[in-house]
Design a protein around this ligand. Structure first.
Ligand code: SF4
Length: 358
């Protein structure tokens, strides 16, 4: 016999489960005071409605950083080299093809091209890289390339209208765009990240143009610095509004800042805080089908919990240089094993979220 009184229900969560869109003020309330277990249970329920509850997906691609030079100088980033530094790199088209060839041998049929914002690279380089890669590996190789920061850099370099730049990249063979560079969509936080980082309105403008021109992609949030809860909800609202206009976001990925430098404050995010934000993302973004949780960043324990808190994808198996040279093709099997151990059936997908036949 149950001698405990019934658990009081949370009316906002009940309505969200029934399919009502929640307002930013309600999301704020949930962030501040919702019972974490109820929040997670609601996110899980909504995830079940969006995708197959028994399946967790992953994908596999090669990430190629074509240049380490960057003039944006984000304070959190240890990757970039100042323009003119002897340590900076720009890969040739041939080097990029070589790197991709090694990944194709391991089963990757998707590439991710990403670099700094390098005013020393002519626009023709980007077009030639993508055209050559498509010519060598065929049109079926999916090319996800160039964040809004990089695209805006190309606009500034060439003086061409944004639409023309995006169209030329698409015509060259770019299939989709990454969500990188969003971090926190708050101009206050962006001033702390880097005064040269593209503004919120520029990020929205470039993303909207990409979607309008037929380049879908993902959206991210990166938190774990000095952002406020209001700024996190504002970020989600900007993404949801843009998605209402374009439908171009295939997935949303919450990340946490990783400590790379001493120039930007990064705090340690407890697992429960991460899960709370993840659950809010799943509940609030009612117009985005997939929410990813990157086990590369979270680790296995929190990653496994994230799959119970609204995430339906473990993000990507990224084939890095060291994987190619030292570990061999074991990485995909490890991802599948992790998903099975978390209680789900693993399915490989492509960057457009289409399941790959088993
Ligand atoms: S724009 Fe990208 S590469 Fe450049 S500094 Fe910022 S994070 Fe680093």
């Amino acid at each position: 016999m149950n001698i405990l009184p019934p658990e009081p229900t949370d009316p906002i969560l009940e309505e969200a489960i029934r399919g009502r869109r929640i307002a930013p003020s309600e999301a704020l309330k949930l962030m501040d005071s919702a019972d974490p277990l109820k929040l997670i249970a609601a996110a899980r329920e909504i995830r079940r409605r969006n995708n197959d509850p028994a399946v967790v997906t992953y994908t596999m691609f090669r990430i190629i950083n074509y240049t380490t030079f960057c003039d944006v100088n984000c304070y959190f980033c240890s990757y970039h080299e100042p323009i003119g530094s002897p340590a900076g790199v720009v890969l040739s088209v041939e080097e990029i093809v070589q790197k991709m060839r090694a990944a194709v041998v391991l089963g990757a049929d998707q590439m991710f091209l990403q670099g700094g914002v390098n005013p020393g690279i002519p626009f023709d380089y980007y077009v030639e890289v993508v055209r050559t890669v498509k010519a060598v590996f065929g049109p079926q190789l999916h090319v996800r390339a160039f964040s809004p920061s990089e695209i805006l850099g190309m606009v500034r370099l060439t003086g061409m209208p944004l639409r023309k730049v995006v169209r030329e990249l698409k015509n060259a063979g770019v299939d989709s765009v990454p969500g990188a560079g969003a971090e926190i969509l708050s101009d206050r936080m962006r001033a702390l990240l880097s005064p040269r980082k593209l503004s919120v309105s520029d990020w929205v403008r470039v993303m909207q143009m990409c979607h309008e021109e037929g380049l879908p992609g993902s959206a991210n949030i990166v938190f774990g610095s000095q952002e406020t809860t209001e700024e996190i909800i504002e970020h989600l609202k900007i993404v949801r509004d843009l998605q209402d206009r374009t439908g171009g976001f295939l997935a949303f990925i919450p990340w946490t800042f990783q400590k790379q430098t001493d120039r930007f404050y990064v705090r340690s995010v407890p697992a429960m805080e991460y899960l709370r934000v993840l659950a809010i993302c799943r509940i609030f973004l009612d117009n985005i089908s997939h929410v990813e949780a990157s086990i590369m960043v979270l680790g296995r324990d929190t990653g496994s919990l994230a799959l119970q808190a609204g995430a339906d994808d473990i993000s990507s198996v990224v084939i890095e240089e060291n994987v190619l040279t030292s570990h061999g093709p074991g990485t995909e099997e490890k991802a599948r094993e992790f998903i099975r151990e978390s209680g789900f059936h693993p399915r490989k997908r492509d960057l457009l979220y289409r399941l790959i036949p088993e």
